[in-house]
Design a protein around this ligand. Structure first.
Ligand code: KG4
Ligand code: ZN
Length: 354
């Protein structure tokens, strides 16, 4: 059916996201984050995230419905993230979505969080604030390579069709990219979340000052892990550098460390993403996830895709970080493609594959 009205629920990590779309038109995107509660632990604490979802879900649904100017009874369907993510956090969203679907007698679509990130790029409308350098809201074309980088995931996807053919080419074998930013920030005594802090102090640093290792980039690694990522060696290398300076009683050049670390992460991410574009002959690259806020990542992505003749797509940041609108958008795509709804038997799957 054309342009279904869908409410999406996203609770896979620390964002309680409720979005409402009509087809590909964004009507509301309400986000409550428990980030502040995790800050003093230096990372997301699963039980705190789950409890926060429980507190925030109903107010977020009410706010989203008010913003969209609809009634819950107008909805054609509910879509919900059923994985991957934190189990307890997912369960809160899945439970709420099922209850809503039963109470309203509406169909429910259980969707994959990572595929949802790709769906974010479909959204149009006034609420799609802050278009980035792509400046284009033309429909997403297939096939496309998608690089998703956040505190919870670092994945490279080949998307031939959003609702029927998404292939995971590679992912991190240890830390997620955002997690690496958070851990390195901690090493430099900077607060959580680390990404924006690293960006801030890197301003005064030289990205070429220290040559940190690029994980899984040597020919022998590329043979097995061509599209996989590894950031733990990089983090250890930064830790060793900092320790050596401290042991020697020398000041740690924080700006240089941050800029050089960031340069290494950006280089790893884009080298692998562009290798996938070249290998599969796909001239399109879509970026998603909270790490996309990184200025240097966006800058180098623009330079390298321009040089390679690749169309770069970056949704506005409010749709790159975890949100319910992208989940609603994917649900709407499933409906428009004629997919059957999920039965109410599905659960939360923390390791759900794409
Ligand atoms: O997508 P997101 O908001 O939440 C989840 O991970 O679920 O991403 C948060 C992550 C954190 O690890 C944070 O440090 C990182 O994205 N991040 C950044 C920047 N802003 C946020 N990383 C690098 N540079 C940034 N400017
Ligand atoms: Zn995410």
């Amino acid at each position: 059916r054309a342009d279904p009205l869908v409410l999406g629920i996203e609770t896979s990590c620390d964002e309680t996201g409720i979005g409402i779309v009509r087809g590909t038109t964004l009507l509301s995107n309400t986000i409550a984050s428990s980030m502040d509660e995790h800050a003093r632990y230096g990372g997301v604490v699963p039980e705190i995230a789950a409890r926060a979802h429980l507190d925030e879900l109903v107010p977020a649904i009410n706010a989203a419905v008010a913003e969209a100017g609809i009634r819950l009874s107008d909805l054609d369907a509910i879509a919900v993230t059923c994985g991957p993510g934190l189990s307890g956090a997912l369960m809160v969203g899945v439970g709420a979505a099922k209850a809503l679907a039963v109470a309203l007698d509406k169909p429910i679509y259980a969707v994959n969080h990572l595929v949802g990130h790709v769906g974010a790029d479909l959204l149009q409308g006034e609420l799609r604030h802050g278009d980035t350098n792509t400046g284009d809201t033309a429909p997403l074309e297939y096939p496309t390579i998608a690089l998703l980088v956040s505190g919870g995931h670092t994945s490279l996807l080949l998307v031939r069709d959003l609702v029927s053919d998404v292939e995971l080419l590679g992912e991190t074998i240890d830390d997620a990219a955002g997690e690496a930013f958070d851990k390195v920030a901690r090493l430099l005594s900077l607060p959580y979340p680390g990404g924006p802090q690293i960006d801030r102090v890197a301003l005064g640093g030289n990205p070429k000052a220290i040559r940190f290792p690029r994980g899984l980039s040597q020919p022998k690694d590329m043979a097995v892990h061509r599209y996989d990522f590894s950031f733990s060696g990089l983090k250890t290398s930064v830790a060793r550098f900092v320790e050596q300076r401290q042991d020697a009683g020398e000041p740690v050049p924080i700006g240089d460390v941050a800029a050089s670390f960031r340069e290494a992460v950006v280089d790893i991410l884009l080298t692998k993403a562009l290798a996938a574009c070249a290998d599969y002959g796909v001239p399109r690259l879509l970026l998603g996830g909270g790490v996309i806020a990184n200025k240097r990542l966006r800058e180098v992505a623009t330079q390298r895709t321009d040089a390679a003749g690749i169309v770069l797509r970056i949704p506005p940041l409010s749709l790159c970080t975890d949100n319910g609108a992208m989940i609603a958008a994917l649900g709407a795509q499933l409906i428009m493609a004629g997919h059957e709804p999920s039965t109410l038997q599905f659960g939360a799957d923390s390791t759900l594959p794409v």
